[in-house]
Design a protein around this ligand. Sequence first.
Ligand code: CTP
Length: 416
Amino acid sequence: MEQPRSKRILLGITGGIAAYKTAELARLLAKQGIEVQAAMTGAAVQFIAPLTMQALTGRPVLVNQRDAVDQPDTGGNGMAHIGASRAADAIVIAPATANFIAKLAHGLADDLLSALCLARDCPLLVAPAMNRQMWENPATQRNIAQLNADGAIVLGPCSGAQACGEEGMGRMLEAEELARNIVKFLASSPPATPLPHPRERELEGVRILVTAGPTYEAIDAVRGITNRSSGKMGYAVAQAALELGAEVTLVSGQTALSKPQGARVADVTSAAEMFGAVKQYLADTDIFIGVAAVADYRVAQPSEQKIKKGGGNLTLELLPNPDILAYVAGLPQPPFCVGFAAESENLREQAAAKRKAKKIPLLAANLAQQAIGADEGELILFDDTGEHLLPRADKHALARALLRHIVKLYRQGKPR
Ligand code: CTP
């Protein structure tokens, strides 16, 4: 039987200090049996020698157009930027500087690596690395949003100590984490049909109801049962839906976040209040996305006064709360329902079982330990076609990628 061919990555390196980590990344990918073809910009060779990358990948490194013309994998067409990108299962840019991200976002092709990216017909994964202020600059954020909208997968960055001596967001993910994400990406089932190119305001006229944040179940006048959900993911989902032109209603538990502009917001405290608000807006809903961490139980008889301590034990009776998502999904004509699951173990099994139990077409799952309160995370989407990894990225990028997936499934079920 013919062996499946090994996966091929075109590993693009641009001019940032994090380039030294890319040597380790190449080694880890090669160790996994992935063929790595390195391509470097003129600035990158100031940071790491092409010879280092050649030794680790076993292939000459592409730095300028001439290097690639005679590559065996180019199909002999002498067109380096076409051939070398055609041979790859994915292009990974690590590190991706702010400047290179700007070039990608605008479709520039003024050196070999940017030309390879523009001429590709494979997925593009980008690992940004830059100073915190460069990352936070609205221009960079616009460019990242554009890359997301164009279907690129943004890996990281993460926060921490920076080469410039500052602390903050913009560090490239460590080589192990990048390698893990890339390997998972290559192994995850490709979507049955390619994701549609998101037209601007793809969700114009579509009404989306999002629940977000924690619920708080009172024990007495000053105490209650809650959880550590920050609401960041739910708010990012609402924001991503607004960017695509949807009419968004956000039913939010107590959070410290500022409200997304343009959304109708209902502030709630308990699961019962959240349920009431959801029922109120449900008639006007095409897509329901349950991101809230809803308490499964409430206190049977919360005390109106502060409970004074006595000498002995105190027992609280808890009653089950309604499952809001299951209720919505169980309606005779439900909106398109999306659930979230944060699991602390056996993520895949638990998530797949939860999707079935709640009878929902799409469930986004993550590891609770990594997700709660963090600015970044990774998601695995479960739908009828299988699993789809959304590799680690900040929650806004993740939310945009999730929305793209939702748009695709929603449109499949409801032709325009
Ligand atoms: N959810 C809901 N109402 C509830 C509990 C959960 O709408 N009372 C929604 C959440 O918003 C999320 C999904 O259901 O989209 C999964 O929630 P989770 O609490 O993880 O699932 P449970 O079914 O409660 O399972 P368990 O707590 O046992 O993991």
